[in-house]
Ligand binder design. Structure first.
Ligand SMILES: C[S@@+](CC[C@H](N)C(=O)[O-])C[C@H]1O[C@@H](n2cnc3c(N)ncnc32)[C@H](O)[C@@H]1O
Length: 203
């Protein structure tokens, strides 16, 4: 009974956060251990995440589970990031990224700054984050918690991590929490965005 309740609560939280069951086009080559369904971050929330992370000219911004690539593209186009990276396990999402790049009317220089690749974020290593200034997340808390040690070890002091909706668990409290309203098919929805900065002692 308790398990059933926990499952129902998990589903309710996921639905409240805008998550819906995976679409039929979600053809995967290799399913990750924890599968987060695809829900694009609303444009208002993308902006809030990148502002909260204080993305500045020349920064490298890495969106883990990049969906259609909108966060990395906005980082390069609107915030002058030097590099926008995205990784997603689902090849369909990488096709979406190609389309997003085409639709974004980027200059050839901006296009060169973007890289999207297929891969499982749960298999990423600390060295994958060596030159990264900002990591953006819209994954489940259970995935964030799994990524936490890799991010702490791999990111340099001063690097920022921002997450839409899901925190990092109790032992890594966010240094800032902000709310932003966005229009959805279900009316105005309030989203929570969290910020962490990597400290010199990596704590
Ligand atoms: C909620 S969507 C967020 C998409 C995008 N970051 C955004 O905010 O618009 C989560 C994305 O992560 C991808 N994903 C889920 N689990 C993953 C994993 N273990 N490794 C790589 N990508 C993953 C999904 O395919 C989906 O595109």
């Amino acid at each position: 009974m308790r398990t059933l309740f926990a499952a129902a609560l998990g589903l309710a939280v996921a639905l409240a956060a805008g998550f819906r069951p995976a679409a039929a086009d979600d053809t995967k080559k290799e399913k990750p251990e924890i599968e987060v369904v695809y829900v694009p971050t609303k444009p208002e929330v993308v902006k809030k995440m990148l502002v909260l992370a204080a993305v500045k000219e020349g920064d490298t911004v890495y969106d883990l589970g990049c969906g259609d690539g909108r966060i990395a593209i906005s980082a390069v186009k609107d915030f002058k990031a030097g590099r926008g990276l995205g990784i997603d396990y689902n090849p369909e999402r990488l096709k979406d990224c190609e389309k997003s790049v085409a639709d974004a009317k980027l200059s050839p220089e901006q296009q060169k700054k973007l890289t999207f690749k297929q891969g499982d974020v749960l298999k990423m290593k600390p060295e994958d984050f060596k030159d990264v200034d900002v990591v953006t997340l819209y994954l489940y808390q259970s995935v964030n918690v799994r990524l936490k040690p890799v991010l702490k070890e791999g990111l340099k002091p001063g690097a920022r991590v921002v997450s839409n909706t899901f925190s990092m668990g109790e032992d890594w409290p966010p240094e800032k929490t902000e709310r932003v309203k966005a229009k959805t098919d279900y009316g105005d929805t309030e989203y929570t965005v969290y910020l962490w900065t990597i400290k010199g002692d990596k704590k």
